[in-house]
Design a binder for this molecule. Structure first.
Ligand code: SF4
Length: 422
């Protein structure tokens, strides 16, 4: 599971026999130590090995002594949980709730409207990753804009947009820079490259958001009954875990940085349960094959050179202080909002969509009256039904039949969230 690959380059594929075979310590003692470290697992099929998965689930069952509510932050983790039915393997004392870690879902309607406006502006090419094209704004989406003649192009990297700007000097090329900390280094590099090339026809429509601020918002919400987090492994690969330690301490919740495969997620839950049962509000790294405590300092330094923290509006969650990134003053010329005078353009969110409550773990998609009826992937009313990481899309794909009629509202532990050990 932790794949101590650097220390085990011989890459022995031990066949799983029992949980004891890879259990070495009881629980994490430091951010880099997990109790499955002796087990070498290298291939995707091993991360989905039913025997190992059942053993880890059994380990969780044997450790849990009371009700715990754990939020997986990332939408990719939500999809894995639903796709592989991991929540159904857990003892009834554990409730998983889904968090705000879907960047497409949290991009506000106003920014989608700005992207549409840009796409329909003569001379402008709006470049975006494909998953933004069907996200509804207040009057349609980017696909609709394209069908009306807007110049919308799907790219696979911001560097593709830089290359396009270089090739078409008579056009203005705007890249829709959506994402968490994970995608920020590539966007920072794109701006750095545009500077180097002297491009005056390239800019970013920045919609970057930061995970720790969202976790704080979730924990600060009235009535929050959350006990622990599975944090997003890819985000922490870039940022490291320093920003998570004050959150764990202040709110008394363990935070386990977790990967995305079934075994990763159950392992993360197992570590989180260990910490909860032992009353330790600490940060641990399950996804240690990718995450170092200090993250990737080179990548994050490039981000900090180009961007700085800023207040941001999140779809359904409102304005969160220092929850996003904006271009630094030195790079203001690359800010599409400034270049095209889009600042202050607002828009109303749908009154039907309860994405805000879903993104904060207060409701689950089947609680939405529009789920699988008025709102489907073909006719989405909100971003969580569109995005590959959206919770509504996950429930629609894997649970819509089971969910019909079932009360899915987040189970209450019957008590307020208390700090472990309190
Ligand atoms: S089902 Fe549709 S309308 Fe309801 S919360 Fe999800 S995206 Fe919004």
């Amino acid at each position: 599971m932790q794949l101590d690959i650097a220390e085990n380059e011989q890459g022995i594929r031990a066949s799983p026999k029992s949980v004891d075979q890879f259990e070495s310590v009881g629980s994490p003692r430091s951010p880099q130590t997990c109790w499955l470290t002796r087990r070498i697992v290298r291939f995707v099929d091993e991360f989905r090995n039913p025997t190992l998965i059942r053993q880890v689930a059994e380990r969780i069952r044997s450790r849990v002594s009371r009700v715990w509510t754990i939020m997986e932050v990332c939408g990719g983790q939500t999809h894995s949980i639903l796709r592989f039915g991991l929540d159904q393997l857990l003892p009834e004392q554990i409730t998983l709730i889904h968090g705000p870690g879907c960047p497409v879902c949290v991009t506000p309607v106003s920014l989608i409207d700005q992207a549409i406006l840009l796409a329909e502006t003569p001379g402008v090419i709006l470049c975006s990753f494909g998953d933004m094209l069907r996200v509804p704004g207040s009057k349609g989406d980017l696909f609709t804009a394209k069908s009306r003649g807007g110049d919308v192009r799907v790219v696979y990297s911001p560097m593709d947009a830089v290359a396009l700007a270089r090739r078409l000097p008579d056009r203005q090329v705007v890249f829709f820079a959506v994402g968490f900390e994970t995608t920020a280094p590539a966007n920072a590099m794109a701006v750095a490259q545009a500077v180097q090339l002297g491009l005056e026809n390239f800019s970013l429509l920045v919609a970057h958001v930061l995970v720790p601020a969202a976790m704080e918002a979730v924990l600060s919400a009235p009535g929050c009954q959350l006990h622990g987090f599975l944090a997003a492994g890819h985000v922490c690969t870039v940022t490291g875990v320093e920003d998570y330690k004050p959150i764990a301490q202040r709110f008394g919740v363990p935070i386990v940085v977790t990967g995305f495969e079934p075994l990763d997620i159950l392992h993360g839950i197992a570590v989180c349960v260990d910490l909860l049962e032992e009353g330790r509000a600490e940060v641990a790294i399950q996804y240690s094959r990718s995450v170092r405590p200090q993250g990737n300092p080179i990548a994050w330094q490039k981000v900090c050179e180009v961007f700085e923290p800023s207040d941001r509006v999140w779809r359904g969650m409102g304005l969160l202080p220092r929850s996003g990134l904006k271009l630094r003053k030195e790079y203001a010329a690359f800010d599409a909002e400034k270049r095209f005078g889009l600042e202050g353009l607002g828009a109303e969110e749908s009154s039907v969509c309860i994405a805000g409550a879903i993104l904060q773990g207060q409701k689950k998609p089947p609680d939405c009256p529009a789920f699988a009826g008025e709102c489907t992937p073909e006719h989405p009313l909100g971003a969580p039904m569109v995005s590959a990481e959206g919770a509504c899309a996950a429930y629609y794909r894997y649970r819509r039949h089971a969910a019909s009629g079932a009360a899915a509202t987040v189970k209450s532990s019957g008590e307020d969230r208390t700090a472990p050990g309190n």
